[in-house]
Design a protein. Structure first.
Length: 368
């Protein structure tokens, strides 16, 4: 069997594709080919995973009419032509896309040739590429139940949840808390805004670190993002690599996010779909601050789904500051029963077998 997978641009598209790939590897003997772009994050991430990788010349659509509009149109036509060539050469039994502009020409070419196709949409509000492709592909797997109605023209829509890395599901809580030096009586708070960081969250967190400086019942694990770490250290008056206080563990990046999640009791997060899926399988109640410039404001809709379920509180980025964050966090820490109910609600949103379900769904539509 030959399986093509595509997803690019952001980690929110790439990591689900890699998780689906790894799950399929355990279920079927197949040849794989990952199709991305040469400029996207996938060009660095995917080869490191040992996945055969090739590229298509495609770029995002421009919102305003300009010379780039013609360049984009030309690259799209070229990508369709090259996608047909890749398909003819690789002869896939199925093509799977997880979002990003690179999926467009590949999935479209495959669907028009009658090759089984599946797209996986992570967010409540779908991206433009998946919205268009949904009219042509065989099945759409959605991460949120609310997203089903966003694909009225699709042949088939299945609510599977979002694929989560097995390491996140399997991480041992006791070992993780020991690794981070978290005592049994301490409430662990995980703060992260993505690999590059979220400036508004980091700025607001300065007041939290200051307020919790003398507390022994709390441990904060704060990943600032690599681009933000120096600025955060300066704002707190600490040297890079130093310890701010016993209550605060501040680092630029967490290579072991799976362990950090396993160790934590509360999270302060953006509301990207995959981050939320990981919080859900671990049952971690959260304070969500949606990234305000996400396409179609999809992070706000993701966060609202968690708030509606009783799994999270939300602070809009425009309303975020040290005082609002400190008030929300203090309130959550002071009400253990509410945290328990939020944790149960969060766990109820979790889909630990989503990757397996998506893989099975993909295999079910193949002709092999």
């Amino acid at each position: 069997m030959n399986i093509m997978i595509s997803g690019g641009g952001t980690g929110g598209h790439i990591y689900p594709a890699i998780t689906i790939y790894k799950t399929l590897q355990t279920m079927v003997d197949a040849n794989f080919l990952y199709v991305g772009t040469d400029k996207g994050l996938e060009s660095r991430i995917v080869p490191k995973e040992g996945i055969p990788f090739t590229t298509l010349p495609v770029q995002g659509l421009q919102r305003s009419f300009s010379l780039d509009t013609f360049i984009t149109a030309g690259k799209t036509i070229s990508s369709l032509w090259k996608a047909n060539g890749l398909i003819s050469k690789f002869k896939p039994d199925i093509v799977i896309g997880t979002g990003g502009y690179v999926c467009g020409p590949l999935l479209m070419a495959a669907a028009l040739r009658g090759i089984p196709t599946l797209i996986q949409e992570q967010n409540v509000v779908p991206g433009i590429t998946n919205k268009i492709l949904s009219r042509f592909v065989d099945v759409v797997a959605v991460g949120y139940e609310e997203a089903v109605r966003a694909f009225p023209k699709a042949k088939q829509v299945v609510y599977t949840g979002n694929p989560v890395r097995p390491a996140v599901v399997a991480a041992d809580r006791d070992k993780a808390r020991q690794f981070f030096g978290i005592q049994e009586h301490q409430t662990a708070i995980l703060v992260a805004g993505g690999s590059r960081g979220a400036r508004s969250i980091n700025t607001a967190m300065a007041a939290v670190h200051e307020a919790f400086k003398g507390r022994t019942d709390v441990k904060i694990i704060h990943a600032t993002g690599t681009d933000e770490y120096g600025r955060v250290c300066d704002s707190l008056g600490m040297q890079e690599g130093a310890t701010y206080s016993e209550a605060s563990h501040i680092v630029p990046y967490l290579d072991n996010m799976d362990m950090a999640m396993a160790a934590s009791d509360v999270a302060i997060f953006r509301s990207g779909a995959i981050g939320l899926a990981e919080l859900a399988v671990r049952g971690i109640p959260s304070i969500l601050i949606p990234y305000p410039y996400a396409a179609a404001d999809h992070q706000t809709y993701n966060a609202k789904a968690f708030v509606s379920a009783g799994a999270a509180d939300m602070i809009l980025d425009s309303e975020l500051n040290g005082a609002t964050l400190l008030t929300a966090l203090t309130s959550l820490l002071e009400t253990a029963e509410r945290r328990k109910l939020m944790a149960e609600a969060t766990l109820g949103l979790g889909k630990p077998k989503a990757a397996e379900d998506i893989a099975k769904l993909a295999l079910s539509i193949t002709k092999s």
